[in-house]
Design a protein around this ligand. Structure first.
Ligand SMILES: Nc1ncnc2c1ncn2[C@@H]1O[C@H](COP(=O)(O)OP(=O)(O)OP(=O)(O)O)[C@@H](O)[C@H]1O
Ligand SMILES: [Mg+2]
Length: 257
């Protein structure tokens, strides 16, 4: 881009800009004449303008940072220094051919990639399993409840939401339907998820329980908040993982939770 901008600036009254690409092999013979070049296959990118061209005084400093012949405010003199940096970082070479009044050609050579680029196959659309169970969702963070409900409702699940243990217990009592799953945060203000699960379980013996937490499984187990082996879903939640785990737990033998 900077090369083409420079070309435009070199032709204030308009003119012709050429951009070329070409595969090139630098063999041993060529490398003898240009010892700075490693032999091998290269891809050339050339930018040519037929503008004002450059004299020796300019060519000598062309890639120096802050070297500019443009008016104050017009050029920073960093364009070619940046381009040079990028080319070198890609093990490339740059050559300049220019004559005053005749125009300029910048030729850049990048080492060619011998292997073809493997384009990863487009991921198949993920199909989330549907369900019609009722799920009691308890988390003090509204955004998490929203994520869960927004994921589950369209799949057919019925969700009851509560922001704390006390509310969850009340809602569970007042729900005439079966509640199939308690999906609860572990650490919440007031009652924690484990305490809540005990109370709910006492009133709904068949309910399955799954905990969600931002803490790692190990941290939670070592704080003895949760027993090892409980159903546990780590945050951050993703819809795919959420649905997958929920289905696993709901499909399990009824006697287990
Ligand atoms: N195609 C060209 N024709 C004539 N002179 C050029 C050409 N490309 C670069 N130059 C000269 O090289 C100088 C440095 O170019 P460079 O792109 O580094 O900075 P700039 O264009 O002056 O400012 P910037 O790119 O930071 O806006 C320019 O000021 C100009 O004198
Ligand atoms: Mg420039």
């Amino acid at each position: 881009m900077n090369l083409t901008i420079n070309a435009r600036d070199a032709m204030p009254n308009g003119g012709r800009l050429e951009i070329e690409t070409q595969n090139i092999l630098f063999d041993e013979e060529y490398v003898k004449l240009h010892p700075e070049v490693e032999p091998g296959s290269y891809v050339m990118l050339a930018v040519t303008d037929f503008g004002e061209g450059m004299g020796k005084d300019v060519l000598e400093h062309l890639f120096d940072p802050f070297f500019t012949t443009k008016d104050k405010g017009k050029g920073t003199g960093l364009g070619l220094a940046t381009a040079h940096g990028i080319i070198k970082q890609h093990s490339g070479q740059v050559f300049v051919y220019s004559e005053l009044g005749k125009g300029t050609t910048f030729k850049i050579y990048f080492p060619a990639c011998e292997k073809s680029v493997v384009v990863p196959e487009k991921k198949k659309d993920i199909v989330l399993s549907h369900g019609e169970e009722t799920i009691l969702v308890v988390d003090d963070e509204q955004s998490i409840r929203k994520l869960i409900v927004d994921t589950l409702k369209p799949l057919g699940y019925k969700c009851i939401e509560a922001s704390c243990g006390t509310d969850a217990i009340k809602l569970a009592k007042n729900t005439p339907k079966d509640i199939h799953l308690l999906l609860t945060d572990v650490i919440m203000p007031g009652m924690n998820g484990k305490e809540l699960s005990r109370v709910i379980k006492a009133n709904h013996p068949a309910i399955k329980i799954m905990f969600i937490s931002g803490y790692t499984e190990n941290a939670i187990a070592s704080h003895t908040i949760l027993d090892a082996g409980v159903n546990y879903l780590p945050k951050p939640l993703t819809p795919t993982l959420l649905v997958e785990k929920i289905r696993q737990v709901l499909n399990r033998n009824h006697r287990k939770t």
